[in-house]
Design a binder for this molecule. Structure first.
Ligand SMILES: Cc1cc2nc3c(=O)[nH]c(=O)nc-3n(C[C@H](O)[C@H](O)[C@H](O)COP(=O)(O)O)c2cc1C
Length: 208
């Protein structure tokens, strides 16, 4: 077995999926960092997932340039998304929209996202758990060629859901994260098979 393969419950050997996580806010006092770190920890417990956290705050984006023209300034992001099977986006809701920093990071790439899965985590201080920001992100990621899962993970009242050290205080999120990841893994695997086996002008199929 190569290190990118795992044995599935049914006994079949399947490829490990590369599913990076993007934390979409660079606000200094952001609470979204807690669900982001916690979820990465949950993903790292699963044998079929390889992941790492990308943080919008770590991208030194220039003020006078934008988009794919500057993608080579961020080779780790570029190369990871090229190899990725899907993406998790964790976003707070800012005035019912997504942070500009998140959009600026996503806009660095385009063809690298095509026919890959994306799953959303919404975060808010109030009761809605980022449902409105997730709705706002759907048409945007569609233009990037990403395919959206339908099982979101919402963190309402995030300031009460984690303590000051980032420890999860409500264990109900463990089951929610399990369902959220199961759906992302399923869709990522379907799309990986499709990219490798079904011809498309957007990517090469596997040589037979
Ligand atoms: C600029 C800004 C706009 C915000 N707008 C909303 C909003 O539209 N809806 C909402 O539920 N919370 C809103 N909030 C509060 C966030 O839900 C809260 O800060 C939460 O902790 C998630 O964001 P954070 O990761 O930046 O902390 C806003 C916060 C900021 C800084």
């Amino acid at each position: 077995m190569n290190f990118l393969a795992v044995r599935h419950k049914g006994g079949a050997i399947v490829d490990k999926l590369l599913l990076p996580v993007l934390l979409g806010t660079n606000r200094k006092k952001r609470n979204s960092v807690f669900p982001a770190k916690w979820l990465v920890g949950e993903m790292q417990k699963r044998a079929e997932i390889q992941t790492r956290l990308f943080d919008a705050a770590d991208f030194a984006l220039p003020h006078d340039d934008y988009g794919q023209e500057i993608k080579n300034l961020f080779p780790e992001w570029r190369d990871t998304i090229m190899q990725a099977d899907g993406l998790v986006i964790i976003s707070p809701e800012y005035n019912h929209g997504y942070p500009g920093a998140l959009k600026a990071v996503l806009d660095l790439l385009l063809k690298e996202y095509i026919h890959k899965a994306v799953a959303f985590v919404g975060v808010s201080a109030g009761p809605w758990g980022g449902t409105r920001v997730i709705e706002a992100m759907v048409p945007m990621v569609r233009e990037l060629g990403l395919a959206v899962t339908f099982t979101d993970l919402n963190f309402p009242f995030v300031q009460k859901t984690f303590d000051a050290e980032g420890k999860l205080l409500d264990q109900a999120f463990e089951k929610r994260a399990k369902d959220f990841l199961a759906e992302l893994v399923w869709l990522s695997r379907v799309l990986k098979w499709g990219r490798e086996n079904l011809p498309s002008k957007h990517h090469q199929t596997k040589p037979s």
